[in-house]
Design a protein around this ligand. Structure first.
Ligand SMILES: Nc1ncnc2c1ncn2[C@@H]1O[C@H](COP(=O)(O)OP(=O)(O)OP(=O)(O)O)[C@@H](O)[C@H]1O
Ligand SMILES: [Zn+2]
Length: 642
């Protein structure tokens, strides 16, 4: 601030002292214009600029600071102290305003993630005690009073309440929590006290993961960011090249030469691109999609094909056994016992359904001695009586079980149970389609995205679900490796494909897709392999994230195109002599601020109007009231991300 004022004052002094210097020769002008305050203003005001320019020379990088430094020195050297000072003045102002926008953007995202409580209430030996968050470990019982923020992830064990989860899932309606519901750190308890058994603490919580991703995203660089830096470098070369040309054809006209150098700005893309990506990641996090790096946001913006898995993604993945069909001479309980015994260690939704069904019949599984899972087919487990096979028809055939019964009238996934080559019967399992899936598919379609369904389930079940959702491209009966092959084939045809899945069987496909998305309820390995993790299971959030990614890309490309256009027009105008160095400096700083503000629109809770408002405030802070008019232009209707 002091530097800016000093530079401005010095420029003013030079201007007042020598208002007209157009018809004096170079040498005379140098001595006429020279004054101690001009020198002081330049050295002190220009110091940060020269420092950065020198840094660029040492690192052999073409930067904006370098070209501006050259322009300032050239102006001073040829005696145009006023010009040198005024360019410095604008550079300093731009730097402060840009720094403020970027800082505000980062802060807005951090504010989103206001810190977790440092003190918590624990239940210890039946007593509620206050303790530091550091004392909470998985298993600890945490009591959350109404109005307090939930400090851990974990299931609710007692009490009931409504919790505001908007910070975590983007869902604006409070969600009811009763014993058995899952509570997330960072959400706010609204009505009653609840007791939670801590499962994940600190950085391991969903909330901690959001923080980590945003921090990671700040450090990582998306390819488009490198492109932005390269573009900025090229613009400097081009500007210097044209400046040399201008100097030559005008026979050494310093004014227009300097104007050419000064007019070409590129900080709008160099600083605006990372800000846009950061803003996009922050906004996605607020909507409940954790993007693990800028590159994935960029890729998602290019996606033209979305592949969806069925179980757990389009359906609840909480299937229920609808029919138990034992073979001749076997009772339903015997069938369920064998099935539940085999599935005891299974993570598969079908396995869980079977165990639940067995339990509801009072059937308990027997101890198992061996367990192996063949993704996409079924499992093999051994109990005291020998091996049990549970899985689809192909799995039965593969394990020497004779023909399975014809498909009955029941619609659902059939799971067969066999013991040592003998079929004990099968169960039919039904899963419900998620209501929001239909809407999400529609929205994706509306964005001109090709939507496909790939599943390990049978064609009959797959077709029914697809018909329900309006999906026409369906492939069923796929093994995990076949899912992966399909993704590879889609990619090879030149498409950018997003795969959404949840299961162990989806993990290879998730890792292979251009961008992999795991459902919140997905298995650990799916969440690990995915590039984007949804916090909830709402596919609509995914569709919205795709929309956001496209918007981010548009803003970035608009800034690219705008920067190049302004620079070309500016260089042409400067070469024609229509604008002088002072106008050039104004165009340079003005345009890049506009592009940075354009990016700032993506930052959560920030709009273009808000951006102007903050500038209004900061300008007011300097003693001028000019910002108030801009601030009042804020549109009446402002929408958050949903
Ligand atoms: N643990 C299991 N218990 C019983 N059957 C299984 C098990 N795992 C797989 N299967 C059988 O293999 C088929 C394919 O399984 P996979 O996990 O690949 O797909 P899915 O869960 O049916 O559907 P999606 O591919 O849409 O997630 C299942 O439909 C089921 O018949
Ligand atoms: Zn600049």
């Amino acid at each position: 601030m002091f530097r800016i004022a000093l530079t401005g004052l010095c420029a003013l002094a030079v201007w007042l002292g020598f208002p007209d210097h157009s018809y004096i020769s170079f040498a005379d002008q140098f001595y006429l214009n020279f004054s101690w305050y001009a020198l002081i203003g330049l050295v002190i005001g220009g110091w940060p600029l020269f420092e950065e320019a020198w840094e660029s020379i040492r690192k052999r990088r073409m930067t904006m600071e370098l070209s501006m430094g050259i322009a300032v020195l050239a102006a001073a050297y040829t005696g145009y102290f006023f010009v040198a000072l005024i360019i410095t003045f604008f550079v300093l102002i731009a730097e402060v305003l840009e720094g403020m926008t970027l800082e505000r953007g980062r802060r807005a995202i951090r504010d989103l993630m206001a810190l977790l409580p440092s003190e918590v209430q624990l239940r210890r030996d039946g007593q509620v005690v206050t303790a530091g968050i550091g004392e909470v470990t998985p298993g600890t019982l945490v009591v959350v009073a109404p109005g307090a923020r939930v400090p851990v992830d974990g299931p609710v064990v007692s009490g009931n309440s409504f919790v505001d989860e908007s910070r975590i899932t983007g869902e604006s309606m409070p969600v009811e929590k009763i014993a058995g519901s899952y509570a997330y750190a960072g959400t706010v308890n609204q009505s009653g006290a609840i007791e939670i058994r801590a499962e994940r603490v600190g950085r391991a919580t969903s909330y901690g993961q959001i923080l980590e991703t945003v921090e990671e995203a700040e450090r990582s660089r998306a390819p488009v960011q490198r492109l932005a830096d390269r573009l900025a470098g090229y613009i400097v070369y081009v500007a210097l090249g044209f400046a040399a040309f201008e100097y030559w054809i005008t026979g050494g006209d310093v004014n227009s030469t300097i104007a050419v150098i000064v007019v070409a700005g590129a900080c709008g893309v160099a600083a605006g691109t990372p800000l846009a990506i950061l803003g996009g990641i922050g906004r996605a996090a607020q909507m409940g999609a954790i993007i693990k790096g800028g590159v994935h946001l960029e890729t998602l913006g290019k996606v033209d094909t979305v592949v969806l898995d069925k179980t757990g993604t389009l359906t609840f993945g909480r299937p229920e056994v609808s029919h138990v069909l034992p073979a001749e001479g076997i009772t339903a309980d015997e069938l369920l016992r064998a099935a539940a015994t085999a599935e005891a260690l299974s993570e598969h939704p079908l396995g869980k359904a079977i165990i639940a069904e067995a339990a509801s019949h009072g059937v308990t599984p027997l101890p198992v001695s061996g367990f192996s899972y063949e993704p996409g087919r079924g499992i093999k487990a051994s109990d005291a009586e020998g091996a049990i096979y549970v899985g689809n028809a192909a799995w039965m055939t593969a394990n020497g079980v004779g023909a399975v019964p014809e498909e009955g009238a029941f619609v659902g996934t059939r799971v067969f149970i066999a013991r040592e080559g003998r079929l004990l019967g099968h169960v039919v399992v039904e899963d419900k389609v998620r209501p929001e899936a239909r809407q999400a598919v529609e929205k994706l379609r509306g964005m001109n995205i090709d939507v496909q369904l790939l599943t390990g389930d049978t064609a009959q079940v797959a077709r029914r679900v697809a018909a329900d959702l309006g999906i026409t491209a369906v492939e069923a009966g796929l093994l995990p490796t076949e899912k992966l092959q399909r993704i590879k084939a889609i990619k090879a045809s030149g498409r950018t494909v997003a795969m959404v899945g949840d299961g162990v069987n989806d993990a290879p496909a998730l890792a292979t897709a251009s961008v992999g998305i795991a459902m919140g309820s997905g298995t650990e390995v799916a969440r690990e392999k995915a590039d984007i993790v949804l916090l909830g299971n709402d596919l609509m959030r995914f569709a919205e994230t795709v929309h956001l990614a496209r918007r981010t890309r548009k803003i970035i490309w608009f800034n690219f195109a705008g920067t190049v256009t302004v620079d070309i027009l500016g260089i042409a105008a400067a070469m024609a002599g229509w604008i002088g160095p002072v106008e050039a400096a104004m165009i340079h700083t003005g345009s890049e601020l506009a592009f940075i503000l354009n990016s700032a629109r993506l930052v959560p809770g920030q709009t273009m109007a808000n951006g102007f408002k903050s500038f209004g405030k900061s300008i007011q802070g300097w003693g001028s009231g000019s910002g108030a008019g801009l601030a009042s232009k804020r549109p009446a209707a402002e929408h958050g991300p949903h």
